[in-house]
Design a protein around this ligand. Structure first.
Ligand code: FAD
Length: 382
């Protein structure tokens, strides 16, 4: 068989296709479906949540400004409540939590179980009317000029073509927008490899408190946000080639295994390994405008406001412009989540966290439905 002989199977037409079932993609799909669009969410793995669940991040950064004012609402708030609903949380009482576990920040944020949250996410998405396709990797957009006609997907069915009036890239690495010709910028990453682990001390604490929040513990063998812990001499990795991703994964796993070899074998276990690489930034688009996280800056096309999770950002208020979610030359392609147009720096740090990925996802879903159902161009959506 030649490459050219592999004709895709036609797998149907949607108003909106969302690539990637992370927090941004979930929010986009639910938002598009609630706004009346026939919506398909395509996920290459078998669980929803992306880095938040499969990447074991499991810490929902704050929806508030750190001075008691709630900044983010909508789907982002629904999701934090869902994350806290069926398993442990440490949401402060003030923000509707049980107060059973201490939250050192006292902000509208919480720890959550990545596995239980991921189970709940299936139901949450399906209830909106959106369809989910798992174990299916969207590989290429099909373009007519700058108009995207749909996406090619590799799955157990073989090679498929899903037609769509609007495509939202929530892949975390902007692979669809990049391959569509939308200008993008690569990121650079310190080494990170985090697992969830428990040991005898954790088990004793659980027995004392009866609260599983005290049991599931992050065990990281890599760097923090500032690069502390990055292996000496290791280059920064981008995550945009198969070799790059593999090197990152292998180094992280080796460091974890080297640590495991030092432990008493009966005294611990690793609960979960991450099932996606923990790159903070892979690729982002160059949009109509940038989100730069400037306190008090306003935009005519604001999709909503958010705060800043960092201690230095207490009390800061940022609007996010819709223009950061698309490039004007591409009339039916939208970005959501950690790939929006936010240059590395404050804008990028703020926009990539879970609550704000939900915020941009929700906005993208609403705009995609408006375009697909009423022909409203992006420039008139907000
Ligand atoms: C080490 C680290 C620590 C962090 N700490 C925090 C924290 O404490 N709190 C916080 O709020 N945020 C934190 N973040 C940031 C946050 O977790 C992520 O930026 C956010 O979850 C990204 O969501 P997303 O939906 O944009 O992308 P992702 O979570 O990357 O989701 C993308 C999804 O798309 C799927 N996908 C990708 N390509 C394809 C394709 N071609 N076809 C089909 N499916 C595809 C992936 O499998 C994945 O499910 C951290 C990130 C890292 C890496």
């Amino acid at each position: 068989m030649n490459f050219s002989d592999i004709e895709p199977i036609y797998s149907g037409k949607y108003d909106v296709i969302v690539v990637g079932g992370g927090i941004a993609g979930i929010s986009a799909a639910v938002s598009a479906a609630r706004n009346g669009a026939k919506t398909l969410l395509i996920e290459k793995g078998m669980n929803l949540g992306g880095l938040a669940t499969s990447g074991l991040i499991s810490w929902y950064e704050p929806l508030c400004d750190g001075e008691g004012k709630q900044m983010v609402y909508g789907i982002s708030e629904e999701l934090i409540k869902l994350a806290a609903k069926y398993c442990f949380d440490n949401l402060p009482v003030k923000w509707g939590g049980s107060g059973k576990s201490k939250n050192h920040k006292d902000r509208y944020c919480t720890r959550f179980s990545p596995t239980v949250f991921s189970l709940a996410l299936d139901e949450y998405v399906l209830e909106s009317g959106a369809k989910i396709r798992f174990d299916s990797r969207a590989t290429y957009p099909v373009m007519e000029g700058n108009v995207c006609k749909g996406v090619i997907v590799e799955s157990a069915s073989g090679r498929e073509f899903f037609e769509s009036k609007c495509v939202i890239d929530a892949s975390g690495d902007a692979c669809i927008m990049h391959r569509s010709g939308v200008p993008t910028v690569d990121g650079e990453n310190y080494m990170t490899y985090i697992t969830h682990m428990y040991n005898l001390d954790d088990a004793k604490k659980l027995a004392e408190t009866g609260n599983t929040c005290d049991f599931r513990r992050w065990e990281g063998k890599g760097s923090d946000m500032e690069g502390n812990g990055h292996p000496e001499g290791m280059k920064m990795l981008k995550g945009v080639t198969g070799d790059d991703v593999t090197e990152y994964i292998l180094i992280g796993k080796k460091r974890m295994f080297d640590y495991v070899k030092t432990l008493d074998k009966n005294s611990f276990d690793i609960m979960t390994l991450p099932t996606m690489p923990q790159f903070r930034t892979i690729r982002r688009i160059i949009g109509k405008c940038d989100f730069n996280a400037i306190d008090g800056e306003t935009f005519a096309d604001s999709i909503g406001s958010c705060g800043d999770f960092r201690p230095k950002g207490i009390g800061k208020h940022y609007q996010i412009p819709f223009g950061a979610l698309y490039n004007e030359a591409f009339p039916n392609l939208l970005a959501a989540g950690r790939i929006i147009s936010a240059p590395k720096g404050d804008g990028w740090e703020v926009s990539r966290v879970i609550p704000n990925c939900a915020l941009t996802g929700e906005a993208a879903g609403k705009a995609a439905a408006k375009l697909a159902l009423n022909g409203t161009p992006f420039g008139e959506c907000y």
